[in-house]
Design a protein around this ligand. Structure first.
Ligand SMILES: [Fe+2]
Length: 452
């Protein structure tokens, strides 16, 4: 059996980090991750026994050598190893029945011992964080993909998480997006009429994040909008709300607030989303190269009104029972883009990781209960939570101390999937003029091309 093992230097991956973390009570498969909590992260940072460890070149070299020695001694095979300043990745095969946790423990223990023997670290200070990540690699393809991932990791591939762990603010680049790690997918479109063209997608996420999205059904993307974009989109939401003659108001206990549909058709302030690679490229990594936007909706929630929370729900209920042999499951992604903070005052988002795979389970129409494994996401304005359409989720209640919360919901689907059915398109379209000079991927994105 082969494994991808990652363990981290002391103090570089703290409980409370936004990706979620595990401790002794949260390390079973399917158990809730510890909730993201900046305060918890900062508390841990203060209670650390010593400084955050950063490995220099000599230390990294030593660690890589030790891993090779341990593997030779135990007759394990290392396919790829990469010791970075803050973490170590290794792809390893063990023929015997050894537990992967034991493999990781051996690597960590022997590295510590050698680093100390060679006086490359002080005798007492901790070097590694507790635990680590262990992934099973089931076949040759996944081993190769893991090796590719490991060898391409650099010290700059996760500035975001580290910055947050240390309470710093990650710097946004000109496009408003923090330094997401990237990789390229070389897609073949497989259409002999077009001579089987290739299309490269530079994905603004690591392969690991794409795997996490597939497993959990959601992925949090920080700072996908610049502060200018947040302000102009907030103003545009208010403008469209004021101009909408027949406002769609959620009236039942479920889904209070105002809904505004077809926003790309209604206000050009939303058009930066048409080139928002931080979201589009990830959608192409999940759904394939030929995707379209299924609609852009805003939901405005108010601090001083009831019914601003939602019951548990998901956005697709199209799988019949029994499932016919040729049935094609509709898969879509809804990006919840917060223009105002989603915190405890404004009503955070609650999700059940992995629930997008529960194709045989139903949700009652009026379910407000706590769910095992639920995770509460508190995110600042400018953050997008990318969710599989079938992910179980709900918005928690707003409070009188909060503010108006403007949320954009941007859908992605395969280019042949129907767009969202809600609302009425305005007569004058702001999208049609954009199609004239658009390239093929953009025409697909805007729903005007891409199917036979
Ligand atoms: Fe929803």
């Amino acid at each position: 059996m082969a494994y991808l093992i990652t363990f981290r230097c002391y103090g570089t991956w703290l409980h409370g980090d936004e990706r979620g973390s595990v401790d002794d009570r949260h390390n079973q498969w399917g158990a809730p991750l510890l909730e993201s909590d900046a305060r918890l992260s900062r508390r841990r940072l203060r209670s650390m026994r010593s400084q955050r460890v950063s490995l220099d070149a000599a230390q990294r070299e030593c660690v890589q050598q030790v891993l090779g020695e341990v593997a030779r001694h135990r007759r394990w095979t290392i396919h790829a190893v990469n010791a970075l300043s803050n973490r170590v990745h290794v792809v390893v095969t063990a023929v015997d029945d050894v537990n992967v946790e034991k493999i990781m423990s051996a690597f960590k223990a022997w590295s510590t011992r050698r680093l100390r023997e060679q006086s490359l670290v002080s005798a007492q200070s901790p070097i590694w964080s507790e635990g680590g990540s262990t992934r099973y690699l089931w076949n040759e393809d996944s081993i190769q993909a893991a090796c590719h991932y490991v060898t391409n990791q650099t010290d700059t591939t996760e500035p975001e998480a580290l910055a947050r762990a240390e309470g710093r603010t990650a710097l946004a680049d000109a496009s408003g997006s923090v330094g997401h790690s990237r990789h390229t997918i070389h897609y073949k479109l497989r259409n002999h009429d077009l001579n089987n063209p290739y299309r490269d997608v530079e994905v603004w996420a690591s392969p690991q994040e794409i795997d996490d999205f597939a497993r959990d059904g959601f992925l949090v993307r920080h700072q996908v909008l610049s502060s200018d974009q947040i302000e102009s989109m907030k103003a545009a939401v208010d403008e469209v709300a004021a101009a909408d003659a027949r406002q769609e108001v959620g009236s039942s206990r479920r889904f209070g607030g105002h809904f505004l549909r077809h926003l790309l058709e209604k206000h050009a302030a939303f058009h930066p989303l048409i080139s928002c690679e931080a979201l589009i490229s990830v959608a192409r990594a999940m759904l394939g190269p030929q995707i379209q936007m299924r609609g852009l909706t805003a939901r405005i929630s108010f601090p001083d009104q009831p019914n601003q929370e939602t019951h548990w729900h998901f956005h697709q209920r199209l799988i019949p029972e029994p499932t016919p042999p040729f049935f094609m499951r509709p898969q879509s992604i809804d990006c919840l883009i917060y223009l105002d903070d989603a915190d405890d005052k404004n009503g955070p988002l609650c999700v059940v990781p992995g629930s997008h795979n529960w194709t045989d389970r139903d949700l009652a129409g009026d379910d407000w209960s706590e769910k095992p494994g639920q995770q509460t996401l508190r995110v600042p304005a400018g953050t997008a939570v990318m969710c599989h359409g079938a992910l179980w989720h709900r918005a928690l209640p707003t409070t009188p101390e909060g503010t108006v919360r403007r949320l954009l919901i941007l859908g992605f689907g395969a280019c042949w999937l129907r767009p969202s059915i809600y609302g009425t398109k305005p007569e004058k379209s702001l999208i049609e003029p954009l199609l004239e000079n658009a390239d093929e991927p953009t025409r697909e994105l805007l729903g005007a091309a891409g199917w036979m």
